[in-house]
Each structure stands twice: as structure tokens, then as C-alpha cells.
Design a protein around this ligand. Structure first.
Ligand code: 2BA
Length: 110
């Protein structure tokens, strides 16, 4: 186990991705997470794997996660600066997936 892939994906893609990872013999842990900007739920996958399988894992993530537009509801600036207040919903593109690939110093199972 030489790399840890952290992939933040949208909840709508998580079961499909989970299934595809298992079918391709990857081990993964799913964490229920919350995006800092939208403050809504997303899913973070922790995937421990060997160097030579990283590209395959990234390909599976790419194939199973897609970008979507999401509306950000306006939040009133409680006591803040009214000049920066946008009174209408703004659309942002979320995803497909935000991925980090980290080196693993040690992999232990007790
Ligand atoms: P959120 O933080 O909820 O961000 C959702 C989407 O909102 C982002 O999509 C982006 O399109 C937009 N957004 C985020 N911060 C923004 C800002 N300061 N100004 C304008 N628009 C902004 P993605 O970039 O596809 O990110 C999807 C999710 O991936 C994020 O959800 C967050 O949970 C995670 N993520 C993205 N970049 C990250 C990073 N550098 N570190 C850790 N997590 C990250």
C-alpha cells in the first residue's frame, strides 16, 4: 500500500463509484463529509492502493463522477456588509471529483 487517494465526490455518484471500485478490486472507505462552500453533504472516498494501480483508480473515479450545476442560496449578511450581499441564487459547477493522491509511509492492520 503506497498511495492514499482521497476523492471528494457528490452524494449522487457515491454508490455507483463504490460499486465500480469493488468490482475492480479496490478497497475503499466512504466518509460522509460536508463541503465548506455549499455547506451541503458530499462523500469522501479513502482508497489505499499500490503505485501501479493509481491511474486505474483515477480512471474509475473519472468515469463514475460527473459535474453538475448547483444553486447557492443567498445568505443574508447578519450585521455584515450589505454591499456584498447578492439577493439572488448563484449557480456554481460542482465536481465531477476533487482528488488528492498522498504517499503512505506505513500501512498497518492490527
Ligand atoms: P464545496 O466547498 O461545497 O464547493 C462546492 C463548489 O462551489 C465547488 O466545486 C466550486 O465550484 C464552488 N466553490 C467552492 N469554493 C468557492 C469559492 N471560494 N468561490 C466560488 N466558488 C467556490 P468543486 O471545486 O468541484 O468542489 C467540490 C467539493 O470538493 C467542495 O465542496 C469541497 O468539499 C471539496 N474541495 C474542493 N476543493 C478542495 C480543496 N482544495 N481542499 C479540500 N476540499 C476541496
Amino acid at each position: 500500500m503506497t498511495k492514499l487517494i482521497l476523492a471528494v465526490v457528490q452524494d449522487q455518484d457515491s454508490s455507483r463509484l463504490s460499486k465500480a471500485l469493488v468490482e475492480n478490486n479496490f478497497r475503499a472507505t466512504k466518509l460522509a463529509t460536508t463541503g465548506g462552500f455549499l455547506k451541503s453533504g458530499n462523500t469522501t472516498f479513502m482508497i489505499g492502493t499500490e503505485d501501479i494501480r493509481v491511474e486505474r483508480a483515477l480512471q474509475i473515479i473519472k468515469e463514475n463522477c460527473r459535474a453538475r450545476d448547483q444553486l447557492v442560496a443567498p445568505v443574508s449578511p447578519m450585521g455584515g456588509n450589505a454591499d456584498s450581499y447578492v439577493p439572488y441564487p448563484v449557480e456554481v459547477e460542482v465536481g465531477g471529483a476533487t482528488v488528492f493522491v498522498l504517499p503512505v509511509d506505513q500501512f498497518l492492520q492490527f
